[in-house]
Design a protein around this ligand. Structure first.
Ligand code: SF4
Length: 719
């Protein structure tokens, strides 16, 4: 195994259970600032306030950290850190520093004036999948009872929404992994559809390496032979946007080659016949023509998964490659159908899961930031859910707004007739992470008021009227829910710089200024206790999880409905949380991408992440070691395609779609299909590939089609 996957050797002292120390000095046990693996780490602050990171043993990362984790503390004392509120009366003028009182008064006055003139829904909120559970919960409550607006959604819409929609309709629950991650190491075969964990969350690879070390199979479907695919026993180089056809073909072979688990299908599922009627049309040769994956590779995939199912087990995982499509929900459903046909969900060391991306992508989608949701994964249009949550909040259920639009639709409506005139942004750099970036910038510019809470001057903050400086991971207490559904503790290791506040404080202060009748507090543990009550009885039931318990047990899996409940590390062993206790096959049909190649735009573009950067890059681009390692976007191009376009390694290339263009540096590689280019999305300005991507939305999840659109390549120069 490469050292980067394992991190440095872990001293015995930091393998011990978490210790918490006084903020500002000593060593504090916490978790990483970034992705959903939430690797365990220690933060040690010296007398001078310098903070160093150490690895800590935990079931998910087993002492490993990636380069982002090792450098996570470097942003704490960064000169680019925002430490005072910033205001401007006119966007043509520079920001000026302001006191917190003045800034909060300006925001509250703008909210009041906007709502008085244009109605409650004229103020909108966008949250983020990196917010703690407490902040995500408080933000949803603030929108519904302080602003009383329906217009709230979050950037997880761009991340996990297709996986969530498909999991809900098949299993009746949306928990990314329905088993602890170490279970993966015990299985016999793993298929990953559209995920590159070797770069996005390197310590995850330890679990896959364990599968390989025992002679198991690792199959990766990806247009690129990524670092993960490079370790696989089988790589399926699927054409971008055709994962659904591939999944239908795999189900076809599973049945046709006699691998379907008929007893499981009969006893534990519904809907197989309808799903099979569609899959029956996807014979292997047709699938090969559409996807580019050979018949032999399709057959080997099914055989290896079936052998695993008969032996130690088999697991099918999806990630953004399969999900960030205008048919992402159906693609995930097709892969769930395959898992059900092989009899995997609920079996030991087997199952189906979706790899969550953002740090609190799981918890962030459970507690009310979503447009159609109340805490506990309750539906906002369910009268019983409204009554329960309104009771906890001390308001009339009739006063709660209904469902609002999804994130991209909300952005499209900003500043339009009848659309929101003011926007509050928390924990997301949507100017870089949203598709069709020019259009999003236009809509943000059309607002009367844009308020951004952030730790640095992100591209979105730079467009704002008010910027409020808030705490980072090492400066705050709270909980996160990792990719396994395990609730873990984020602990404060150092005091924030003077002038920086938590978003819980910001929301509490604003609620008071808006004369909100519901109670708000800036104390995170009190917020969590209220979250527990609000989630009680919901799908994502946290009622039995307390901070003390999380501290004592090192994490608790939801659902956990009472203090004496052990938590739920493994789901589905005894049934599915559906009306009849059965999982549902969903009949789905392949369709082409929303935009296909043509003479003017003859190349497929797919996007994703690189090891040294995280999401929009607002934080990681400001960490010197990461910026040095990955200073600019590299456009991966096959030499054959480069030759046809007059491009050489190191050239600057403009990637042009019908919506816009972005510039990156050519990296020639034979690890990508000759009809496809790849560009990472961590940079802003003219390097922002999301100026190019297609906002075509999945009809169910409202996920934009980040993973495939048509482009042409133009050489810009050699430097
Ligand atoms: Fe672990 Fe993700 Fe942090 Fe890397 S970025 S150390 S994989 S939590």
């Amino acid at each position: 195994m490469r050292p980067i996957y394992r991190g440095r050797n872990v001293p015995e002292a930091v393998r011990k259970p978490p210790v918490h120390t006084v903020a500002g000095m000593g060593t504090t046990a916490t978790h990483c600032a970034y992705c959903a693996l939430q690797c365990a780490m220690t933060l040690t602050a010296d007398a001078g306030g310098r903070v160093t990171v150490g690895p800590r043993d935990f079931p998910t990362n087993r002492g490993g950290l990636c380069q982002k984790g090792w450098t996570a503390a470097d942003l704490l004392g960064s000169p680019e850190r925002l430490t005072t509120p910033l205001l401007r009366d006119d966007r043509s003028r520079p920001f000026r520093e302001a006191s917190w009182d003045e800034a909060l008064d300006v925001v509250a006055d703008a909210i009041s004036a906007t709502q008085a003139a244009h109605g409650r829904d004229a103020v909108a909120v966008l949250g983020g999948g990196g917010l703690t559970n407490e902040k995500a919960y408080q933000l949803g409550k603030f929108a519904r009872v302080a602003l009383r607006t329906k217009n709230i959604d979050y950037n997880g819409r761009y991340c996990m929404s297709s996986a969530a929609a498909a999991s809900n309709r098949a299993f009746g629950i949306d928990r990314g992994l329905p088993f602890p991650l170490p279970d993966l190491a015990e299985t016999g075969a793993v298929l990953i559809a559209g995920g590159n964990v070797a770069e996005t969350m390197p310590p995850f690879m330890q679990h896959l390496t364990a599968v390989l070390d025992r002679g198991g199979a690792l199959i990766v479907a990806d247009p690129r032979r990524t670092a993960t695919a490079d370790r696989a026993t089988l790589h399926l180089p699927v054409l971008p946007g055709t994962d659904l056809a591939l999944a239908l073909g795999l189900l076809h072979l599973a049945v046709a080659d006699g691998h379907a688990d008929r007893a499981y299908i009969h006893d534990r599922t519904t809907g197989f016949d309808d799903a099979w009627r569609t899959a029956a049309q996807w014979w292997p040769e047709r699938v090969e023509r559409v996807t580019g994956v050979s018949v032999a590779a399709q057959r080997a995939t099914v055989a290896q998964l079936a052998a695993g199912a008969r032996g130690r087990g088999a697991v099918i995982l999806t990630a953004r490659g399969a999900e960030q499509q205008s048919k992402g929900t159906d693609t995930v459903s097709a892969l769930i159908n395959l898992a059900l046909a092989l009899g995997l969900p609920g079996r030991p060391h087997s199952g189906f899961g979706c790899i969550t991306g953002q740090g609190n992508g799981q918890g962030g989608r459970e507690h009310g930031q979503k447009a159609d949701q109340l805490p506990g994964y309750r539906k906002i249009d369910d009268p019983a859910a409204r009554a329960h949550v309104a009771g906890v909040w001390g308001v009339d259920p009739g006063e709660l707004p209904g469902a609002g639009p999804s994130a991209y639709e909300l952005l499209e409506s900003l500043g339009t007739d009848g659309g929101p005139r003011a926007l509050l942004v928390h924990g997301t750099n949507l100017a870089v992470s949203s598709p069709r970036g020019h259009r999003v910038a236009e809509r943000l510019a059309a607002l009367d008021t844009l308020v951004v809470c952030d730790v640095v001057m992100s591209e979105t903050a730079a467009l704002a009227d008010v910027v409020l400086p808030v705490t980072q991971f090492a400066e705050e207490d709270g909980t996160m829910t990792n990719l396994e559904g395990r609730v873990i503790r984020r602990r404060r290791a150092v005091a924030p710089p003077p002038g920086v506040r938590t978003e819980l404080e910001v929301l509490t202060e604003l609620a008071a200024r808006l004369d909100c009748v519901a109670a708000f507090t800036a104390d995170p543990e009190t917020v969590f206790d209220e979250l527990r009550r609000a989630s009680a009885g919901g799908v994502a039931d946290y009622a039995g999880i307390s901070w003390d318990r999380v501290d004592a047990e090192g994490g608790v899996f939801w659902p956990c409905p009472s203090a004496d409940h052990p938590g739920s590390p493994r789901l589905f062993a005894d049934g599915f949380p559906t009306a009849d206790g059965r999982a549902r096959f969903v009949a789905v049909e392949h369709r082409p991408p929303a935009e296909d190649v043509d003479a003017e735009h003859p190349v497929y573009l797919t996007t994703g992440r690189v090891l040294q950067q995280y999401q929009s890059g607002a934080q990681t681009r400001r960490v010197p070691a990461l910026a040095a390692a990955a200073p600019e976007p590299q456009v991966e191009i096959h030499p054959d395609l480069a030759g046809r376009n007059g491009l050489a390694d190191g050239d600057q290339v403009r990637v042009v779609s019908r919506r816009g263009d972005a510039v990156g540096r050519v990296r020639l590689t034979t690890t990508i299909r000759p009809d496809t280019v790849f560009m990472p999305f961590h940079w802003g300005g003219d390097q922002a590939v999301n100026r190019v991507t297609n906002p075509a939305l999945d009809p169910i999840s409202r996920m934009p089609e980040f993973k495939v659109c048509a482009v042409r390549l133009e050489r810009v120069g050699t430097s």
